[in-house]
Write a protein that binds this ligand. Sequence first.
Ligand SMILES: [Zn+2]
Length: 93
Amino acid sequence: MAHGDYKFFRTTAAVLTNIFSSDCQCGRFEDNYHFFFTCPAYNRMRTSLLNFVAQYCEPTLDIFLFGYYYLDTNSNIAIVDAVHLFIKDSMRL
Ligand SMILES: [Zn+2]
């Protein structure tokens, strides 16, 4: 993966680290895992994200935030784009 690709993921991780450190609208503590994997508020768009990433690898929080070393650049870019779309569609930021 090219150096520039990591920048996308680092940006995502940095933003989420700063934003997701308080109570969620659903009443639970909101951290990155809650946002991406368990919050009921985002179930519908989560299905799309998980199905998309599953084409490349098993979806995990680390892969959403940092990419996956064993995938090529284009695959990692596709994943980070899907993660960013999820964030945008959630209207959380
Ligand atoms: Zn929640």
